[in-house]
Design a protein around this ligand. Structure first.
Ligand SMILES: Nc1ncnc2c1ncn2[C@@H]1O[C@H](COP(=O)(O)OP(=O)(O)O)[C@@H](O)[C@H]1O
Ligand SMILES: [Mg+2]
Length: 254
């Protein structure tokens, strides 16, 4: 089912803010067309991990990233710039971060920045991305209203449409369902199952069962370490190697 080709190769990754190390010694590969789930309690280093991949350290002087982070065969720090890299990596944050623009312009924003000008081409991108985010039917008659007027669940799907607007190779979601109702969460989960046919997904989630439903493999982060990485099936069948993982999955802490 999964391509075994690795699109992201992380070796001995460590992250510090100033003198405080928040993640150390993480080694893993992310394979083409898989959903890699990352679970773990608050403060484990999950968000920092995503930020290192899309080079947030370029915008935060106190953030120090060491180790290897090869994306499509090249270290993320060797890409021409963070923007070129981010064209290949879509990111969805815990809370929808809409641009103060219309629904249409939210999705068209990045393609326009990248030089796409033709109205027909932009129309096609906007419709395709909104459809892939399962939002088109709800907004097709209000493309010119402000994105911020949509409901919270719709705004989060708009964020996903935006993240798709440059056809990323990798989509990273950070606790996307924290402020979204359960029905929308399930709709987005269905969207992710579809998207995984065409791209690779890293799904950081506070919901252990969400990782179980969606992820091919799941990593467990705790206190700045990756404790364990294995097939989701084996982790949830109790074939964990470490008691910390089992305790977390069974809801004994976190
Ligand atoms: N910009 C920052 N500056 C300083 N410390 C940070 C920053 N971002 C995160 N941290 C710290 O790094 C640790 C890991 O945080 P984070 O990566 O957000 O974990 P998680 O997403 O698993 O909750 C926490 O102790 C947090 O306080
Ligand atoms: Mg986080």
């Amino acid at each position: 089912m999964n391509g075994s080709e690795s699109i992201l190769d992380v070796r001995d990754l460590s992250i510090a803010y100033g003198s405080k190390t928040v993640l150390s010694g993480v080694t893993l590969d992310v394979r083409e067309n898989e959903i890699l789930g990352i679970i773990g309690p608050a403060g484990a280093g999950k968000t920092s991990f995503l930020q290192a991949i899309n080079r947030m350290d370029a915008f935060n002087a106190s953030m120090k990233v060491t180790g290897t982070l090869n994306f499509l065969g090249r270290d993320v720090r060797a890409w021409r710039n963070a923007y070129a890299l981010r064209r290949q990596i879509g990111v969805v944050f815990p809370l929808p971060v809409g641009l103060p623009l219309t629904v249409y312009d939210n999705v068209a924003f990045a393609p326009r920045l990248a030089g796409k000008r033709s109205r027909a081409e932009l129309d096609e991108i906007v419709e395709r991305c909104l459809r892939r985010a399962a939002l088109w039917d709800e907004v097709k008659d209000r493309l010119d209203s402000l994105g911020s007027l949509l409901s919270g669940g719709q705004q989060q799907r708009l964020t996903i449409a935006r993240a798709l607007s440059q056809d990323p190779v990798l989509l990273m979601l950070d606790e996307f369902s924290i402020a979204v109702d359960p029905v929308t969460t399930m709709r987005i989960e269905d969207v992710l199952k579809e998207l995984r046919q065409e791209m690779t997904i890293i799904l950081v989630t506070n919901l252990v069962q969400q990782a179980r439903r969606l992820a091919d493999r799941t990593a467990f982060f705790l206190d700045g370490r990756m404790v364990e990485l294995g097939s989701t099936e084996s982790l949830f069948n109790g074939e964990t190697l470490f008691p910390e993982t089992r305790d977390y999955i069974e809801g004994r802490f976190g």
